[in-house]
Design a protein around this ligand. Sequence first.
Ligand SMILES: *[C@@H]1O[C@H](CO)[C@@H](O)[C@H](O)[C@H]1NC(C)=O
Ligand SMILES: *[C@@H]1O[C@H](CO)[C@@H](O)[C@H](O)[C@H]1NC(C)=O
Ligand SMILES: *[C@@H]1O[C@H](CO)[C@@H](O)[C@H](O)[C@H]1NC(C)=O
Ligand SMILES: *[C@@H]1O[C@H](CO)[C@@H](O)[C@H](O)[C@H]1NC(C)=O
Ligand SMILES: *[C@@H]1O[C@H](CO)[C@@H](O)[C@H](O)[C@H]1NC(C)=O
Ligand SMILES: *[C@@H]1O[C@H](CO)[C@@H](O)[C@H](O)[C@H]1NC(C)=O
Ligand SMILES: *[C@@H]1O[C@H](CO)[C@@H](O)[C@H](O)[C@H]1NC(C)=O
Length: 335
Amino acid sequence: MFVYIIRTLIFCHLQTSFLFQACTSINYITLNNEMNRKSQNESIILTLEPAVTIIVDDKVAKLFDGLFNLSYPLRSLQFINTYTVEIEPDFLNGQEVDSIIIQENNIKVIQTYTFRNHKLTFIDLSRNGIQVVENLAFANLSNLEVIYLAENELTTLNSKAYENLPRFEELVLVKNCITQLGPSSLDFSQTRDFMLSLSHNRITNIAEDAFKGSNATDIHLFLENNLLQQISVNIFHNHSFLEVRLKGNKIRKLTGNLEVQNFKILILRIDNNFDKQNLRSLLNWTFRNNITLLDCETSVGTNINNLAQPVQLQKGFSINFEIFFVICFGWIVVT
Ligand SMILES: *[C@@H]1O[C@H](CO)[C@@H](O)[C@H](O)[C@H]1NC(C)=O
Ligand SMILES: *[C@@H]1O[C@H](CO)[C@@H](O)[C@H](O)[C@H]1NC(C)=O
Ligand SMILES: *[C@@H]1O[C@H](CO)[C@@H](O)[C@H](O)[C@H]1NC(C)=O
Ligand SMILES: *[C@@H]1O[C@H](CO)[C@@H](O)[C@H](O)[C@H]1NC(C)=O
Ligand SMILES: *[C@@H]1O[C@H](CO)[C@@H](O)[C@H](O)[C@H]1NC(C)=O
Ligand SMILES: *[C@@H]1O[C@H](CO)[C@@H](O)[C@H](O)[C@H]1NC(C)=O
Ligand SMILES: *[C@@H]1O[C@H](CO)[C@@H](O)[C@H](O)[C@H]1NC(C)=O
């Protein structure tokens, strides 16, 4: 994310200093409400000069419907460290924007209908102290691909918060306080490819039907640095995973039905806290199911380390951004 912001700034700087007509309206505006002397319940965002990115640099206690009065679409809208404590439902009504970043604020609850019926592709709500994401907080977002809820205080993954998100493919819940993964946790996923990132939480238990109802066939499941002591292989049955990361737990054995083979895992990353017998059954199970085992130092057999490429986070978004950059660059060269 940080890299993205830096790149945006550099990009905008390049744009404003070297070119003018190419990609007209490529710039960013830092809004500071102090200068406008507007009260907190009036539209503060009303620049007439079209901008691509608006970075609000001021106190905005509440994001509400009517905050925006722009007659043009935005690529990115950013509220970072703006002392925001509340986001009202439907606050983006009528404002077209591609990505929204609301970080480092103090928002305890993401309410029902906060983001709905909108063309957003990327939502970043990291580092806001969020404790609850209500049902239908994200609904009917036809283009939405990524939601970041990293570094908040969530204790559960509320699968009912995500409704009708046909392109949703990445949910990042890294560094929260989630204690378990309940039944049908991913039943909202409609895309083939889905990345669920739950690293650095406090998960001790995963329901055997955690992935029931999920249509994703290429799941990336990141569970590093949690508190798992055992894992039932039944959670994988009838599902297909490209990568499962379990390092940084204290898993001592696999439970569940080790004979069932109606599932697929391409790469499993796990560290070895297994005693001899459990290690043998892990190796047998991975071997019989064609699972590539990484990072697991074994005293019994071979020791395969770090062969796979790390999976790129934020893929869709950064690719879109590259394409956008290339198109603009091409345009500059032409003009
Ligand atoms: C903003 O708040 C003030 C006082 O709190 C109120 O008088 C005014 O009508 C409000 N304006 C709008 C647009 O809601
Ligand atoms: C929005 O801006 C237009 C001018 O662009 C103005 O006429 C209108 O009153 C504004 N609406 C609000 C709610 O501020
Ligand atoms: C989603 O869209 C459908 C069809 O347009 C509509 O019936 C439903 O009420 C919408 N849901 C929300 C939460 O707005
Ligand atoms: C998953 O696929 C089934 C069958 O194609 C479909 O009925 C269901 O709505 C899909 N679920 C989601 C969340 O897309
Ligand atoms: C997996 O699918 C089979 C049929 O395709 C079904 O009988 C079985 O109950 C399913 N298992 C789980 C764990 O969902
Ligand atoms: C692996 O497990 C299967 C079934 O549990 C068993 O038949 C087979 O002998 C085991 N293979 C090894 C090498 O232990
Ligand atoms: C594992 O790979 C072998 C060889 O490609 C194949 O015959 C076998 O069916 C595979 N087993 C599973 C469980 O996918």
